[in-house]
Design a protein around this ligand. Sequence first.
Ligand SMILES: NC(=O)c1ccc[n+]([C@@H]2O[C@H](COP(=O)([O-])OP(=O)(O)OC[C@H]3O[C@@H](n4cnc5c(N)ncnc54)[C@H](O)[C@@H]3O)[C@@H](O)[C@H]2O)c1
Ligand SMILES: O=C(O)[C@H](O)COP(=O)(O)O
Length: 530
Amino acid sequence: MFKVLVSDPISDFGLQQLMDADDVEVIKQTGLSEAELISIIGEFDALLVRSQTTVTERIMEAGVKLKVIGRAGVGVDNIDLEAATNRGIIVINAPDGNTITTCEHTFAMMMALARHIPQAYAKTVNGQWDRKSFLGVELRNKKLGVFGLGRIGIEVSKRAIAFGMTVLGYDPFMPEERAKQLGIQLTTLDEIVRAADFMTVHTPLTNETHHMIGKPQFEVMKPGMRIINCARGGIIDELALIEALDEGIVAGAAFDVFENEPPAPDHPFFSHPKMIVTPHLGASTMEAQENVAIDVSEQVMHILRNEPFKNAVNMPSIPLELLNRLQPYFKLCEHLGNSLAQMTDGAVREITIECAGELADLDTTPLSPYVLKGVLTHHLGAEQVNIVNALHLAKQRDIQLVFKKSLFSQISSSKITIRLKTTEEERWVTGSSVTGIGDRLIKIGPYPVDLSPQGHLLLISQQDEPGIIGQVGMVLGANGINIASMQVGRQEVGGSAVMILEIDHQASKTVIEELKAIPDIKRVREVNFD
Ligand SMILES: NC(=O)c1ccc[n+]([C@@H]2O[C@H](COP(=O)([O-])OP(=O)(O)OC[C@H]3O[C@@H](n4cnc5c(N)ncnc54)[C@H](O)[C@@H]3O)[C@@H](O)[C@H]2O)c1
Ligand SMILES: O=C(O)[C@H](O)COP(=O)(O)O
């Protein structure tokens, strides 16, 4: 039974499928301090949060069973991603579920700014019928500057265009052609700052976007400009904004997010007449909350059940079509990597992944975490390694990854050769995944074999001499080890030869030593598959 802790308010409707699952127990406990979370997290397999819970390294350290942290929303700045990756904890988010809702909140803020709605409301309900102080502006024919043309920035731009606004956009990752199709004029941050009547930010908060709009930008702005932040506190410098409002450069500002949340009760925004504020409500609609909760619940369930999943924030994402084509090879890659590590002496320096057949026409880099998981599990133990941290662990150990495609890709069937270079030797194995049959080991080094990667194998290298097979059989028989199958290969008569035995249970160290003592046997290796 998997245990899932929900530590922020998340839609019950969206969590329903998790709560209905026979193999999942959901426990909701919101408003916990770090110490309280630390005291209970050890028994949970998954943690679901919004933006209130700060998921620290200490919490993850105590979360010894934690496999996944699900963020029911977009921003993962409340989760220590590096610590999660180091510990092999998958972090997923729900990037699409609240786009429209946040875009609509931004638009509501822009209209409220243009027409002073909150300020006019406050006076009216206080008994003052003041029609003079609240002369507004139209949106039509105004220039809107949009920083960050991702999901939300694009939706805001579309609506602004429908309102007759000109959209000036800045996003280093937006292709010119796509911007043109959307009717957005791509330009520079500086140009927008000088030309816009309204500005809105829709980037994540990063080192680069921190105080992206600050004193130097306010100094060159068009006087009377209005500015909105429904993305993240800290993208616009709060103190510089207050000055710009006081100096009359900025006519009004609407903020949903703050540098520190919740802000102190005496935050200067709260007493400024030209400010409109909401308490991080961008994603707070019924629809968005259901969407994001459904998305994370589904993905968390997949992860707990070891099924394919999407939206991992701390793993490279794989396009769905590619994922479907590579997925049949994931387990094979793990088996090839793991068996090879068991056959090889020395510290791993380089791993080559060579694909042939249909596979050679695909981007096969997503196979590497599986190969690495197989290799590193042999050295570090299954508890330490998973597909989230495998690349990170390999980088830490300076293990080089090489990708190769076979020249005969068109004519050969799909197969994968993994080659391991260590400080002492170089070995390789080849495998294939055959529809209806499953994974097969088809070569060990230069020797063709046909084995299923399961159970226990004995790999024996010897001089090609009569009588050795009999002696091996005697040792195994005397120790009660049954041979399920045997394959032999040699490079030339009387030369180097190999014997590959499938045995019914694992051979002890003593048995291995007895086999090694047979004259003409050069090397004995046992390979155990999980
Ligand atoms: N207020 C809320 O409740 C709420 C709700 C949802 C999302 N958000 C926040 O809104 C922001 C945008 O969300 P999204 O879903 O559109 O994200 P997104 O990832 O789709 O878009 C972000 C865009 O910012 C661009 N960008 C990154 N660095 C940039 C830079 N230096 N200059 C210009 N552009 C840059 C990226 O290229 C990307 O296109 C995020 O910060 C998210 O956390 C807030
Ligand atoms: O990044 C997000 O998705 C938003 O900031 C929403 O945060 P919330 O889930 O805490 O409302």
